[in-house]
Design a protein. Structure first.
Length: 131
Protein backbone atom coordinates (compact mmCIF):
# COMPACT_ATOMS: atom_id res chain seq x y z
CA UNK A 1 0.00 0.00 0.00
CA UNK A 2 1.00 3.62 -0.37
CA UNK A 3 0.05 6.93 1.24
CA UNK A 4 1.26 10.53 1.15
CA UNK A 5 1.20 13.40 3.63
CA UNK A 6 -0.82 15.47 1.15
CA UNK A 7 -2.29 14.95 -2.29
CA UNK A 8 -4.21 16.84 -4.90
CA UNK A 9 -7.63 15.16 -5.13
CA UNK A 10 -7.36 15.08 -8.94
CA UNK A 11 -3.93 13.40 -8.72
CA UNK A 12 -3.93 10.98 -5.74
CA UNK A 13 -0.90 9.03 -4.57
CA UNK A 14 -2.38 5.74 -5.83
CA UNK A 15 -1.71 6.99 -9.37
CA UNK A 16 1.99 6.12 -8.97
CA UNK A 17 1.09 2.42 -8.77
CA UNK A 18 -1.19 2.03 -11.79
CA UNK A 19 1.36 1.79 -14.65
CA UNK A 20 -0.45 4.42 -16.73
CA UNK A 21 0.27 8.04 -17.61
CA UNK A 22 -1.61 9.25 -14.53
CA UNK A 23 0.45 10.98 -11.86
CA UNK A 24 0.53 12.11 -8.23
CA UNK A 25 1.19 15.59 -6.96
CA UNK A 26 0.93 17.18 -3.55
CA UNK A 27 -0.67 20.45 -2.54
CA UNK A 28 2.49 22.50 -2.20
CA UNK A 29 3.70 24.56 -5.15
CA UNK A 30 7.32 23.90 -4.18
CA UNK A 31 6.81 20.22 -3.68
CA UNK A 32 8.19 18.82 -0.46
CA UNK A 33 6.40 15.56 0.09
CA UNK A 34 6.63 12.51 2.30
CA UNK A 35 5.46 9.23 0.78
CA UNK A 36 5.05 5.97 2.71
CA UNK A 37 5.17 2.49 1.16
CA UNK A 38 4.13 -0.71 2.95
CA UNK A 39 5.66 -3.70 1.16
CA UNK A 40 3.47 -6.14 3.10
CA UNK A 41 6.42 -7.96 4.65
CA UNK A 42 10.13 -7.43 5.18
CA UNK A 43 11.90 -7.59 1.82
CA UNK A 44 15.43 -7.22 0.50
CA UNK A 45 15.49 -4.05 -1.58
CA UNK A 46 18.01 -3.47 -4.36
CA UNK A 47 16.67 -0.56 -6.43
CA UNK A 48 14.54 2.57 -6.14
CA UNK A 49 12.83 3.86 -9.31
CA UNK A 50 11.03 7.19 -9.84
CA UNK A 51 9.43 8.67 -12.94
CA UNK A 52 7.94 12.08 -13.79
CA UNK A 53 5.91 13.17 -16.83
CA UNK A 54 7.13 16.75 -16.39
CA UNK A 55 8.32 18.45 -19.56
CA UNK A 56 10.56 20.92 -17.75
CA UNK A 57 13.72 20.07 -15.86
CA UNK A 58 13.68 20.05 -12.03
CA UNK A 59 16.37 19.14 -9.54
CA UNK A 60 15.37 16.79 -6.76
CA UNK A 61 16.67 15.92 -3.33
CA UNK A 62 15.42 12.99 -1.29
CA UNK A 63 15.87 10.83 1.79
CA UNK A 64 14.90 7.15 1.63
CA UNK A 65 14.34 5.56 5.04
CA UNK A 66 13.26 2.08 6.10
CA UNK A 67 11.46 0.57 9.08
CA UNK A 68 10.21 -2.84 10.16
CA UNK A 69 7.65 -1.53 12.67
CA UNK A 70 6.31 1.48 10.72
CA UNK A 71 7.32 3.93 13.46
CA UNK A 72 11.10 3.99 13.83
CA UNK A 73 12.87 4.75 10.54
CA UNK A 74 16.55 4.46 9.63
CA UNK A 75 18.23 6.29 6.76
CA UNK A 76 18.96 4.04 3.76
CA UNK A 77 20.24 6.63 1.31
CA UNK A 78 19.89 10.30 0.50
CA UNK A 79 20.65 12.74 -2.28
CA UNK A 80 20.85 16.30 -0.96
CA UNK A 81 23.20 18.19 -3.28
CA UNK A 82 20.87 19.07 -6.16
CA UNK A 83 22.76 16.79 -8.54
CA UNK A 84 19.74 14.78 -9.74
CA UNK A 85 17.86 16.27 -12.68
CA UNK A 86 14.43 14.91 -13.56
CA UNK A 87 11.96 15.88 -16.23
CA UNK A 88 12.33 16.77 -19.91
CA UNK A 89 14.97 14.41 -21.37
CA UNK A 90 15.41 12.71 -17.95
CA UNK A 91 11.98 11.37 -16.95
CA UNK A 92 13.32 8.35 -15.03
CA UNK A 93 15.69 7.90 -12.10
CA UNK A 94 17.20 4.70 -10.66
CA UNK A 95 19.10 4.39 -7.39
CA UNK A 96 20.86 1.22 -6.24
CA UNK A 97 20.20 0.54 -2.57
CA UNK A 98 21.05 -2.24 -0.16
CA UNK A 99 18.38 -2.65 2.52
CA UNK A 100 15.85 -5.02 4.05
CA UNK A 101 12.65 -3.45 5.40
CA UNK A 102 8.86 -3.72 5.30
CA UNK A 103 8.10 0.02 5.38
CA UNK A 104 9.74 2.74 3.30
CA UNK A 105 9.47 6.51 3.69
CA UNK A 106 10.59 8.80 0.88
CA UNK A 107 10.87 12.49 1.63
CA UNK A 108 11.64 14.50 -1.47
CA UNK A 109 11.96 18.09 -2.52
CA UNK A 110 11.86 19.29 -6.12
CA UNK A 111 13.60 22.62 -6.50
CA UNK A 112 12.39 25.23 -8.91
CA UNK A 113 14.07 25.86 -12.19
CA UNK A 114 13.49 29.47 -13.36
CA UNK A 115 11.18 28.31 -16.17
CA UNK A 116 8.98 26.06 -13.99
CA UNK A 117 5.72 27.33 -12.54
CA UNK A 118 3.96 24.07 -11.66
CA UNK A 119 4.09 21.36 -9.03
CA UNK A 120 6.36 18.35 -9.44
CA UNK A 121 4.27 15.37 -10.67
CA UNK A 122 5.33 11.77 -10.03
CA UNK A 123 3.96 9.04 -12.28
CA UNK A 124 5.79 6.08 -10.71
CA UNK A 125 7.66 5.09 -7.57
CA UNK A 126 8.80 1.49 -7.37
CA UNK A 127 11.22 -0.58 -5.40
CA UNK A 128 12.77 -3.75 -6.73
CA UNK A 129 14.16 -6.73 -4.92
CA UNK A 130 17.82 -7.61 -5.07
CA UNK A 131 18.70 -10.14 -7.75
Amino acid sequence: SIRAISEDEDHPITNVLDDTDSFYQGFAFKTSQCIFLDLGEKQDIGYLYMKTPMEQLRYIQYHLCGSNDGEHYELITERVHMDIAMGAAYPEYFETVNASYRYLRIFFNAQDHPSVTEQFPISAIKVFKKK
